[in-house]
Write a protein that binds this ligand. Structure first.
Ligand code: SF4
Length: 333
């Protein structure tokens, strides 16, 4: 049993602390019925323009590095255990998406599922909201990119096969031993590789997301992860540097890091700070995924060298020629 543990919410004027032992956490599911729009349009200098769909808020997978934790703070929850145990299901998601696409289909070139939660959090097995939205994408013939850490995605192969779909698996660690300190409740890397194999066997394009790279921790595993994913059918890959946008997410990450890896924590923290110019938090969206040191250049070179050697294509999220063409919208929920 875990105790509730959340850093102060920067969107709240006041912060309260528990007197004595904090209460135990418990899984709570909230149903959101007032959803008005399912497509979030965003633009950032490093990722370009994006059209993102999320059927859930919060994620039980609980990756300690997850940047989506800050979106939970925006709706009044905490970025720590609240993010992992208080889930919101947008129960009208497929219907809202369908109505939205009736009006906007011509302006939506593709949809990405992920980034504010995993589209295949365990409650998706019952709610089937991501599945419902994929069915809508099939009706409107919209290409999709689905990024997940869950083998539950294989349930929807029947729909994904009919779509122009790329399924991305986020696998930044090779083994349970290296994954667990950062991905406490996520299906094991082995389970994700097996799911990848199943998706690729259906002729669906599979991408490996080696994200995040935590310098000084998992960069050594890059060649092996690329090799294994290629053997499991991945044909595209990308990687990104671990990044933090808010102090609260940084605080939670460092706390868990010190609990899980006490002898390595200081080194990892210093390496991340080295890449970000002395702070854990990037100063701009341009710097979010850009390390500053020679070591980072070496990590990128190793990634690209093995990509080429193994015959990967680079996964390009940004469409050429349309950078700067949409207004910036940072929140992805
Ligand atoms: S699976 Fe994705 S959304 Fe869920 S906690 Fe991990 S990084 Fe965040």
């Amino acid at each position: 049993m875990r105790h509730a543990e959340n850093p102060p919410n920067p969107y709240h004027k006041y912060t309260a602390e528990y007197v004595g032992e904090p209460p135990d956490t418990k899984l709570e599911i909230f149903e959101e019925t007032a959803t008005k729009s399912m497509i979030v349009k965003s633009w950032s200098p490093d990722l370009g323009r994006r059209f993102v769909v999320n059927c859930y808020r919060g994620c039980v997978h609980g990756c300690t590095y997850c940047f989506a934790r800050q979106y939970h703070e925006m709706i009044g929850f905490g970025a720590g255990t609240d993010f992992e145990t208080k889930l919101v299901a947008k129960v009208n998601a497929p219907e809202v998406l369908r109505n939205e696409l009736k009006r906007t289909r011509q302006k939506i070139p593709y949809l990405e599922f992920s980034f504010a939660s995993d589209p295949y959090v365990p409650i998706e097995a019952n709610y089937e909201l991501t599945r419902g939205c994929l069915e809508v994408c099939r009706e409107f013939r919209i290409p999709v990119f689905v990024l997940t850490k869950s083998p539950l995605v294989t349930r929807d192969l029947d729909i994904l096969k009919d779509l122009d779909a790329t399924v991305g698996f986020s696998i930044p660690f090779l083994s349970v031993k290296t994954s667990k300190p950062f991905e406490p409740y996520v299906p094991t890397p082995e389970a994700r590789f097996r799911a990848m194999e199943k998706v690729a066997a259906e002729g669906i394009t599979v991408a490996l997301a080696l994200a995040p790279v935590i310098p000084g921790y998992n960069d050594q595993e890059i060649p092996e992860i690329l090799k294994k994913a290629r053997e499991c059918g991945a044909s595209k890959a990308f990687m990104s540097l671990v990044h933090f946008a808010t102090e609260s997410v940084e605080e939670y990450f460092l706390k868990r890091l010190n609990e899980e890896l006490p002898t390595k924590a200081a080194k990892i923290e210093n390496r991340i700070k080295g890449e970000k110019g002395g702070s854990m938090i990037h100063r701009s969206m341009t710097e979010r995924n850009a390390g500053r040191t020679e070591s980072w250049k070496v990590i990128k070179d190793v990634f690209e060298l093995h990509m080429r050697k193994l015959g990967y294509e680079k996964y390009e999220r940004v469409e050429p020629g349309i950078r700067q063409s949409l207004p910036v919208q940072r929140s992805l929920f």
